[in-house]
Write a protein that binds this ligand. Structure first.
Ligand code: BG6
Length: 485
């Protein structure tokens, strides 16, 4: 489907890492797939390049390499590049925003300002846009991290909120744009099969893992001031949790979905600072080996303090205080330099109450739904079946839905979907201010406690994190999925 109408997509931070790796490649893919209105324009804004020719040279040198596996279609690339204009702009110079306004004057249609910059620039850019009237009839996209804690995120939201109305603000969490996350909504609310079981009476526990093999790459400085709780839990993991646990929305319109997610976030059982060591584990990777390659310790990465107490791993036990989920533990986990790159949701259903088929019917490995978000998007339902032959011997088997086999084409990267949603004015997959606030409120006691005392537990790169993360689940008579195999 093509974007509804013409648009101008103004990209602040036009020569930044995010523009290079994600935003421009995603816009190219949308263009190549014929999803952008022919008259739509991209106006890149940056300081470094003198003029359009210089910027296009940068785009050719840096962006092409990040375009998906499908490779470049040279004709499509040439017409994509034709859409790009460039405005050299120094944020400190008011007259440069006048220049930007003049450059946008003849552009009709929806106007999007994408701030692919550090959060410290969000407010100054919004003020400067307003000073030349560019906040009218426009949408603004804010990248994460939006603030550092509840206070700083409120300060940004307050200031941006004075200039743009909430319906104009698109807060990106790219996990919400991932195809499998969309599929989770389809699975839950498009099938009558799961909904009756999706509750405390039938679910024993739920695990949500986002594990990465990568370390902090070139972002040591940013990461050392951020840590896994802010980088992954406050946003991606809590958003996934809210989609897994939410009530069926009345419709898929933006506020129905976001209202239900908000209810989950507000129902998270507050963490008592005295209990943090029982429900939260933090770790930091040491040197180790991943897939045969030695990797250095976090504390020796460039930009990281040698005595850093920043966590690169978090595991949490979370509870939701409502009728559907009371008493069901949700175990969340994320980490860098772990043994594998995998993001998945594991729903462990309760075992049968009495087994006429013998003790093997009570064993683990059945009554489980695993939703693999990446890589190899699959939904796998584990059940017990009788082994062929004499006697009633049961074995765990699984029913698989592998999406790439079922749907041969049409898979879209998260950024592509989200950028199209912004251009088309669809807010459902963007985080509303109240959701963000609820998430910060919930993580804050842990942030405070960890800042005040102690250090993360060490774990070797290439493992699944500190042993304490396994011990936390053992207390509930369960274990992480990979520990069963
Ligand atoms: C980002 C984090 O939001 O998500 C990164 O800042 C992390 O630290 C990334 O690596 C993971 O995203 P994905 O899509 O690669 O799982």
């Amino acid at each position: 489907m093509q974007t509804d109408s013409s648009f101008t997509f103004v990209l602040f931070g036009g020569t930044g890492d995010l523009s290079m790796r994600k935003i421009l490649p995603a816009l190219y893919e949308a263009h190549r797939a014929g999803m952008l209105a022919a008259s739509g324009k991209i106006v890149a804004v940056a300081r470094h390049e003198e003029d359009r020719a210089g910027y296009l040279q940068w785009v050719n040198e840096h962006v092409k390499a990040h375009v998906a596996k499908s490779g470049i279609d040279e004709n499509a690339w040439a017409s994509f590049v034709d859409r790009i204009e460039y405005v050299k702009l120094d944020l400190g110079k008011a007259e440069d925003f006048v220049k930007l306004r003049d450059a946008l004057q003849d552009h009709a249609g929806t106007r999007v300002f994408y701030l692919a910059t550090g959060p410290s620039l969000f407010v100054p850019i919004c003020h400067a846009l307003a000073s030349v009237g560019l906040n009218e009839n426009a949408r603004i996209v804010l990248e994460k991290p939006l603030g550092y804690d509840l206070r700083s995120s409120n300060a940004i939201n307050d200031a941006v909120g004075e200039i743009f109305a909430e319906e104009q603000i698109y807060r990106i969490d790219h996990y919400l744009g991932k195809e499998p996350v969309q599929n989770l909504l389809a699975l839950r609310f498009g099938n009558a099969l799961f909904e009756p079981l999706w509750r405390r009476e039938w679910v024993e526990s739920i695990q949500i893992t986002i594990a990465e093999e990568l370390g902090v790459e070139a972002r040591g400085d940013f990461y050392d001031n951020t840590g896994a709780l802010r980088d992954m839990v406050q946003n991606h993991l809590l958003q996934l949790l809210s989609i897994v646990a939410m009530e069926p929305p009345h419709s898929m319109d933006s506020d129905s979905v976001r209202d239900e997610k908000l209810r989950v976030l507000r129902a998270l059982k507050p963490i008592d600072p005295r209990d943090i060591s029982k429900v939260a584990v933090r770790g930091q990777y040491h040197a180790g080996v991943i897939r045969g390659t030695s990797v250095p310790a976090y504390a020796t990465e460039s930009g990281v303090k040698t005595d850093s107490a920043t966590e690169t791993f978090v595991a949490l036990k979370v509870e939701i205080e409502n009728w559907r989920w009371a008493g069901v533990p949700f175990f969340l986990r994320t980490g860098k330099r772990l043994a594998d790159r995998v993001a998945e949701i594991v729903v462990n259903f309760r075992a049968v109450p009495h087994s006429a088929l013998g003790a093997s019917a009570l064993r683990a490995g059945a009554n489980r739904l695993v939703i693999r978000l990446q890589p190899n998007e699959t939904i796998r339902l584990y059940c017990l079946a009788k082994k062929p032959g004499e006697g009633m011997n049961l074995s765990s088997v699984h029913l698989d839905l592998a999406f790439d086999q079922f749907f041969k084409e049409g898979q879209m990267e998260a950024y592509q979907r989200l950028l199209l949603d912004v251009i088309n004015g669809r807010l459902a997959l963007f985080v509303r201010r109240d959701e963000q606030e609820a998430a910060w409120k919930w993580v804050e006691p842990i942030l405070n406690e960890w800042a005040a005392s102690g250090k993360p537990k060490p774990y070797a790169a290439g493992t699944w994190g500190p042993a304490a993360a396994s011990a936390m689940l053992a207390q509930h008579g369960t274990c992480w999925l990979e520990e069963e195999n």
